[in-house]
Design a protein around this ligand. Sequence first.
Ligand code: HEM
Length: 92
Amino acid sequence: MLYGLVGLIEVGGERFSGLMPSFSQIEDIELAGIANYLIRSLNETVVPNEFLAYSAEDFAASRGKGMRQVDMYKMRRNMEKQVTAATNEGGR
Ligand code: HEM
């Protein structure tokens, strides 16, 4: 939300190749509210009970990192790899 995203992603078996703009003009408290609302309303069945809501401080701490949309894409790819590796390990 702070830095946007660009590149080909796969979500729920569907592929999206687009560009999401940065929303850093929105205040931290509002970004936290949007994130928490979307996580809870759209992902009800997969959000764990121990999910801790995002705070304004979380967003404040993520600002000023000089990240670009393509950096977010790389970060997402790395997270996917970690999840895949963890899932494979758990299955053994
Ligand atoms: C506050 C409103 C918004 C929120 C919370 C939001 C959130 C997100 C998130 C979390 C993702 C990544 C999904 C993933 O990695 O699996 C995403 C992707 C994306 N968003 Fe948004 N978004 C918002 C508004 C918008 C708007 C206004 C646009 C279009 C102008 C947009 C266009 C896109 C596109 C095209 C992608 C896919 C990017 C890619 O394929 O690399 N989003 N959005």
